[in-house]
Design a protein around this ligand. Structure first.
Ligand code: D5M
Ligand code: FE
Ligand code: ZN
Length: 503
């Protein structure tokens, strides 16, 4: 018996059907299909799901295998696979956390922050200064040595190194009368450092807690126990040019439907759906739709939510959402991630909405986790619901809900989707930090703040796709005026974008 048949029998014995397309796909792969099927079955068992195994389940397992490289035969096979769906060869799911999430009973955050440190250090390592990074313990030893030796003489020291680099996470930030003090932590200890010049103090204002950064500190200038910062180096994304796909095809970006809420703009959303089925010149070029979370309004998400719900049953909310979404033409491929209102755990990263996976009519959907990275016609698109934007906007002076792009830039600069730990955005103690922005995205798509805005940063197109929910009472009291009922379209050929308003 061949390994695909063995895998099929394994799945059936465990109570899982394999969709015929998925079966054909498995046969086209040249790899350990038994292992893939076992991983899927284990995950489905964990989430108590009895839905059939689909092509996307297989792709998710393949793309989440960290040990794989791009030259791996598995990946090549996906691309070379002949398939009737013309979109299939043009998209890939590069990252989906769904099958990597395991922290259910864990409370230990040490591994998570260690992973954040290591992954970001790797990002920083492309900078030449990174070769001069010293561990905090080494720096402290150097200081202690210099205190007790003649090296403390500044002239003497000039012959030696004048400054040193360190890299670590910001444990605290304190604005004082004339300076800003940061406490930086690496795997060997923590150290207080200060920003004294006006430029550095300004730069420090956009730093958020728990983000990782590299600092150049002076060894000659020192006040009391604090080292003085000479330069702040963000992990940041490099200036880059997206690879052009050539063909003019579009992706439609939306988020925050909030189906089930009495503020859900059903008429406008149906107008959007009808437009997608029209013969409009642009519509004919739309190949993909990305939906960045808050599909339903959920239940018990905020106090007194019941008074603002039409539907008090989460399954009804979901099936109603699915009945709307299935109107998206089958020739378009849809990527859908969850948000903080959707069922499942609240902490990041979030697994794919398993309940929606059960809707067989959504066969043109990739229902994936939050955050996920997909590649559409060679364009890398990072999808994130955007929960952490609340924390960034609340922490960084000068930011506001009406300009989410500025907050999204801070996430790109810190190369992390939710750097601040312990505020409003819960983060799960995974042993791997899946919120580090490892791949430089060509498009960064988020929602959550219910405000549409588009911007650009170092070659990345930043999109916040607003909402399909009218202003809620709560937002009114918070002074948040959303801009709902708008879809953002992006031409994947040149990354030009425009808004389509359904109001
Ligand atoms: O979030 C929609 C918007 O409303 C988002 O900008 C945050 C804001 N919001 C929602 N809940 C709160 C609370 N509790 N405090 C402050 N601001 C909030 P959504 O995820 O759609 O509810
Ligand atoms: Fe929302
Ligand atoms: Zn939200």
């Amino acid at each position: 018996m061949d390994s695909v048949s063995i895998a099929l029998i394994y799945a059936i014995n465990k109570g899982y059907q394999v969709h015929p397309d998925a079966f054909a796909f498995l046969k086209s792969l040249d790899c350990d299909v038994e292992k893939i099927i076992k991983t899927i079955v284990d995950a489905k068992n964990k989430f108590k799901k009895k839905s059939p195994i689909l092509i996307d389940d297989i792709k998710n397992v393949i793309s989440s295998d960290v040990n794989r490289t791009m030259d791996d035969p598995l990946i090549t096979n996906i691309n070379s696979k002949p398939k009737s769906d013309s979109n299939l060869e043009n998209y890939k799911i590069l990252f989906d956390p769904t099958y990597k999430i395991k922290s259910e009973n864990d409370k230990d955050f040490v591994k998570l922050f260690d992973s954040r440190y290591r992954k970001t250090l790797k990002i920083l390592s492309i900078r030449s200064e990174s070769r001069q990074i010293r561990k905090i313990k080494q720096i402290k030893d150097l200081r202690n040595k210099s205190r007790s030796s003649s090296l403390d003489n500044d002239n003497e020291r000039g012959k030696f190194v004048d400054s040193v680099f360190l890299a670590g996470l910001i444990m605290s930030k304190r604005n004082r009368k004339n300076d800003v003090e940061l406490i930086i932590d690496d795997t060997t200890g923590s150290i207080p450092v200060v920003c004294k010049t006006r430029d550095l103090i300004k730069e420090a204002s956009s730093l958020v807690l728990d983000q990782m950064l590299m600092l150049e500190i002076s060894l000659s200038k020192r006040n009391s126990n604090n080292f003085v910062i000479k330069d702040i180096i963000f992990p940041d994304i490099p200036e880059h040019v997206a690879s052009k796909s050539g063909t003019e095809s579009y992706v439609a970006l939306i988020s925050d439907l909030h189906v089930g809420s009495k503020y859900f703009m059903e008429k406008e959303f149906n107008d959007f759906l009808s437009w997608l089925s029209s013969e409009d010149e642009i519509v004919r070029k739309i190949k993909y739709v990305c939906i960045a979370g808050d599909i339903v309004d959920g239940i018990g998400i905020y106090p007194n939510q019941d008074k603002e719900l039409i539907d008090m049953n989460i399954n009804k909310q979901l099936s109603y959402a699915a009945s709307l979404l299935e109107k998206i033409p089958k020739r378009m491929h849809v990527f859908l991630i969850p948000g903080n209102h959707d069922p499942g755990r609240r902490a990041l990263p979030q697994t794919a909405l398993t309940n929606l996976r059960d809707f067989q009519s959504l066969e043109n959907f990739s229902i994936i986790g939050n955050p996920s990275v997909v590649e559409l016609n060679k364009i890398k698109l990072l999808m994130f619901h955007g929960q952490s934007l609340d924390d960034v906007i609340a922490t960084v002076p000068g930011l506001s809900y009406s300009k989410p792009v500025e907050a999204m830039k801070i996430l790109l600069k810190s190369r992390h989707l939710s750097p601040i730990y312990g505020n409003r955005t819960p983060i799960a103690p995974e042993s791997e930090d899946m919120l580090v922005i490892e791949d430089v995205p060509d498009i960064f798509h988020a929602g959550h703040v219910h405000m549409t805005e588009v911007g650009r940063y170092k070659g990345t197109l930043i999109v916040n796709s607003g909402a399909w929910q009218r202003q809620t009472k709560f937002q009114q009291t918070m002074g948040i005026t959303p801009t709902p009922g708008i879809c953002i379209l992006v031409n994947l050929g040149n990354l030009q974008s425009f808004k389509k308003d359904f109001n």
